[in-house]
Write a protein that binds this ligand. Structure first.
Ligand SMILES: Cc1cc2nc3c(=O)[nH]c(=O)nc-3n(C[C@H](O)[C@H](O)[C@H](O)COP(=O)(O)O)c2cc1C
Length: 385
C-alpha cells in the first residue's frame, strides 16, 4: 500500500519527497508588470515541504490577462521574478512546477493589449461570469467577462508558438516542470467543450481529435522543452465554472486526452473534483463534487502516468483513504495550504490545522493572510508561537 509520506519518482525522474501536492492557487500579489517578487518567493519557500508545489497560474501572453495582478511568464522581468521563487523553493528542498494558461474569453478589454476584445474559440460570451479587471474609472473589481473575438485558424497555430516560448522562459526561470490549465472554463477547456466549440476548422468541436488539437499541440511543445516527465495537465471533469455548457461528450473527450497524454509519456494528470457555480473566484462557493470512481478507474486504465486528485481534502485519513483506492498517486490540498505553510508536517503528526481568512485569499493585502501564518508549535495549540 502507498503511504501519503512515501516518495514518488514523478515521470520517472523528478523525485518528490511525499505524495502531498499544493495545487495552483492564484493569490494576486505580483509587482508592477505582473512580475513575481520576494514576497511570493517567501510564500512558496514556506510551503516547500509539499512533495510537489504547482504554482499559481501564469499568463502565457498579455492577451491572456483575465485577472489583474496574476503573474506572467512572457517578459524577462517575470523570468527574473520567478527565479527568486524557484531558488527559494529549491533551497528548501522542494519541487515546483508552473501552471500556465490562456484565459481565452474569460478576460476583459481593460486588461487586454490596446483594449482589444478577449480571444474566443467562438464569439460567444461567458454570460454571468466575472473577471478581476478595471472599471471605467480605472478601479479594480469584478466585472463581467467581455465579448470575445473568434480566433482565426492561423492565430491558433501562432498561439502554440507563444506557449513554446513561455515554456522556454519557465525553464530559464528554474521551474522543475509545467502544468497546463485545461480545467475550469479557460481556453483549453473552451476548445475541448463540444457544446461551446462550434468551429468547423481543424480545431473544431465536431471530432474529438480536432477539439483537443490545440491542447495536444501545446502539450507537444511543453514536452519538447521539458521532456515528458516534467509535464502535467489539469482537468476538471464535468465542471461548469465560468459559464461552461454541460457537455455530453465530456467523458469521451477526457478519456481521449488521457490516452494521448499516456502515449506521450506525460508525467501526470491532475483531476479536480470541486463544484464551483458561475460567479467569480472571490464569491464562488467551493463544494466537493460527487467523485465518480468509475470515471477515475477509466482514467487509471487509460493513463499510465501519475494521477493527482484535488478537491475537499482536509485530513491525513481522507488523503490516505483516497490513495488506498489505488486510483490516484498524489493528493492535493488547496485551501488548507493557505493557512498552514507546514501542512505536510501537521498531517504527519496529526497536529491541528489553522483556518485562513477567505477575505485575504486574493485581495491586495500583501503579507496579511499570505506569509504571516506560523508553523505549528507544540507549546501553543493554535499554532501561533
Ligand atoms: C485562492 C484560490 C486560488 C485558486 N487559483 C487557482 C489557479 O490559479 N489555478 C487552478 O487551476 N485552480 C485554482 N484554484 C482551485 C484550487 O487549485 C483547487 O482546485 C480548489 O481550491 C479545490 O481544492 P481544495 O478543496 O483542496 O481547496 C484556486 C483556489 C483558491 C482557493
Amino acid at each position: 500500500m502507498t503511504d501519503l509520506f512515501d516518495p514518488l519518482a514523478l515521470g520517472g525522474g523528478v523525485l518528490l519527497r511525499n505524495r502531498i501536492a499544493m495545487p495552483p492557487m492564484t493569490r494576486t500579489r505580483t509587482s508592477e508588470g505582473d512580475v513575481p517578487n520576494a514576497l511570493m518567493a517567501t510564500y512558496y519557500g514556506q510551503r516547500a515541504g509539499a512533495g510537489l508545489i504547482i504554482s499559481e497560474v501564469a499568463d502565457v501572453a498579455p492577451s491572456s490577462n483575465g485577472y489583474a495582478m496574476t503573474p506572467g511568464i512572457y517578459s524577462d522581468a517575470q523570468v527574473e521574478g520567478w527565479r527568486l521563487v524557484t531558488d527559494e523553493v529549491h533551497r528548501r528542498g522542494g519541487t515546483i512546477f508552473m501552471q500556465i494558461w490562456h484565459v481565452g474569453r474569460m478576460a476583459h478589454p481593460s486588461l487586454m493589449p490596446n483594449g482589444e476584445a478577449p480571444w474566443g474559440v467562438t464569439g460567444e460570451r461567458a454570460e454571468g461570469s466575472d473577471v478581476f479587471a478595471h472599471d471605467a474609472n480605472g478601479e479594480l473589481g469584478y466585472m463581467r467577462a467581455g465579448t470575445p473575438r473568434r480566433l482565426a485558424t492561423d492565430e491558433i497555430a501562432r498561439l502554440v508558438d507563444t506557449f513554446a516560448q513561455a515554456f522556454a522562459n519557465a525553464r530559464r526561470a528554474g521551474l522543475d516542470g509545467v502544468e497546463l490549465h485545461a480545467a475550469n472554463g479557460y481556453l483549453f477547456d473552451q476548445f475541448m467543450n463540444s457544446m461551446l466549440n462550434t468551429r468547423t476548422d481543424r480545431y473544431g468541436g465536431g471530432r474529438v481529435e480536432d477539439r483537443t488539437r490545440f491542447l495536444m499541440d501545446v502539450v507537444d511543445a511543453a514536452v519538447r522543452e521539458f521532456g515528458p516527465g516534467r509535464v502535467g495537465v489539469r482537468i476538471a471533469p464535468f465542471g461548469v465554472f465560468n459559464s461552461m455548457p454541460a457537455d455530453p461528450l465530456a467523458e469521451e473527450t477526457l478519456l481521449y486526452v488521457a490516452g494521448q497524454l499516456g502515449r506521450r509519456g506525460v508525467a501526470y494528470l491532475h483531476i479536480v473534483y470541486e463544484l464551483m457555480p458561475t460567479g467569480n473566484m472571490e464569491t464562488a462557493t467551493f463544494e466537493k463534487h460527487h467523485v465518480d470512481h468509475d470515471f477515475l478507474a477509466k482514467v487509471r486504465a487509460t493513463f499510465p502516468g501519475a494521477i493527482i486528485w484535488c478537491g475537499g481534502f482536509t485530513s491525513r485519513t481522507e488523503a490516505q483513504d483516497a490513495l488506498d483506492t489505488g486510483l490516484v498517486d498524489l493528493i492535493a490540498f488547496g485551501r488548507p495550504y493557505i493557512g498552514n505553510p507546514d501542512l505536510a508536517e501537521r498531517l504527519r503528526h496529526g497536529w491541528p490545522l489553522a483556518e485562513a481568512d477567505r477575505s485575504t485569499y486574493y485581495t491586495r493585502r500583501g503579507e496579511a493572510g499570505y506569509i504571516d501564518f506560523p508553523e505549528y508549535s507544540e507549546e501553543s495549540s493554535d499554532g501561533s508561537s
